[in-house]
Ligand binder design. Structure first.
Ligand code: KG4
Ligand code: ZN
Length: 339
């Protein structure tokens, strides 16, 4: 039995969790900084780092207390090693490294995007590779072929804005608040997705890449035009039409990847995986080709440390450590993971 203390500070959530054997969440604490970034319409990296620094101690203490365990009961400490905001990552990393060293525990560095995939495994233990994964978050949009856990081939990714970033920018433009994804999605439910026709960039290109900045510009141009004409903006229609444009391309490319790679399972991960329209449309389209879709519960889609603990367990079993026990601290330097 191995309990892993996991820490996540890659963006604007300070999170800690205790996960047993990669599958049982003993505790999970998430402190969101959203209200601190909200006035700025997006994450301010400097505020994020400082806020992580303020709350990481209490968040880790609460995770251990909720699990009714001590640091000495842990088998390892795991921490998100990237990708993410560098200053934010370093707060979690330095904290985790100090804990591991002090308690003489191995330290495991986890890739944040891989952790988003593992969020699915926490809730669907029967899920098995091979599958195609659509990872859509505030910082990333990528399609990945997962032959085996740990064996990833990136099929394509966004050439500019990430899906969540696009949702956040449209919410900012319409004055809805931050984080924008859930707010745009909620308003979209009352709108007509066909009232305005926004572009579906790269929908028919033979690759698996995405581009979202043209869509964002099209929405800005539309809003400016209506405002200049003195017309009233129907925000619900704008949200619905924007969301439909994002979802159309993501569904088309994901379904094509599933067919081309001959997989019978598709996995959705990352904050935007909480989007009901995306989940619903993907489910319908994949069912039509006889494939299954997996996605986490909404709270498990967005950043948390339980998913980091789940991903860390495979590395724990492999002995894939950044810092072994009895090793001097000087033997390890911080190197953020790339995608
Ligand atoms: O995975 P995540 O928590 O953080 C990153 O790793 O970036 O994703 C956060 C992103 C934000 O951009 C947020 O607006 C978006 O996920 N998001 C959504 C929804 N819920 C969160 N986007 C669309 N629809 C949603 N329901
Ligand atoms: Zn994330």
């Amino acid at each position: 039995m191995a309990d892993i203390l996991a820490i996540e500070t890659s963006c604007d959530e300070t999170a800690a969790a205790v996960v047993r054997d990669g599958c049982e969440v003993m505790s999970s604490v998430v402190a969101s900084q959203a209200s601190q970034h909200s006035p700025f319409g997006g994450v301010v990296p400097e505020i994020a780092s400082r806020s992580h620094q303020d709350v990481i101690g209490p968040v880790v203490e609460k995770a251990l207390a909720d699990a009714k365990m001590n640091l000495t009961d842990m088998a390892a400490v795991a921490v998100t090693q990237g990708p993410g905001l560098l200053g934010a990552l370093m707060v979690g990393f330095a904290f985790a490294k100090a804990l591991a060293f002090a308690a003489d525990l191995p330290l495991i560095g986890v890739n944040h995007l891989e952790a988003h995939l593992y969020a699915n495994l926490l809730e669907h233990s029967e899920m098995r590779p091979p599958f195609v994964a659509l990872v859509v978050s505030g910082g990333h949009t990528l399609l990945v072929h997962v032959a085996e856990w740990g064996d990833y081939q990136v099929l394509g990714q966004t050439l500019d804005d990430a899906a969540g970033e696009a949702f956040d920018k449209i919410a900012g433009l319409l004055g809805l608040g931050y984080p924008g994804g859930p707010l745009v999605a909620e308003l979209a439910e009352q709108g007509d997705s066909e009232a305005i026709k926004f572009p579906r960039a790269m929908m028919h290109t033979p690759d698996y890449n995405f581009s979202l900045s043209g869509l964002k510009t099209a929405v800005i141009t539309y809003v400016n035009k209506i405002s200049a004409e003195g017309g009233a903006l129907n925000k619900a229609d704008i949200c619905a039409a924007f969301q439909a444009a994002v979802v159309d391309v993501q569904v088309a490319k994901t379904v094509r990847a599933a067919r081309e790679y001959g997989v019978s399972d598709v996995v959705l991960a990352g904050g935007v995986a909480a989007n009901k329209e995306l989940r619903g449309r993907l489910t319908t389209s994949l069912r039509a080709i006889g494939a299954d879709i997996w996605f986490p519960s909404p709270q498990m889609c967005t950043d948390n440390a339980a998913m980091v603990g789940a991903a860390a367990f495979r590395q724990y079993q492999l002995g894939d450590f950044l810092l072994e026990t009895d090793e001097p601290l000087s033997s390890m330097r911080f190197q953020p993971c790339q995608e």
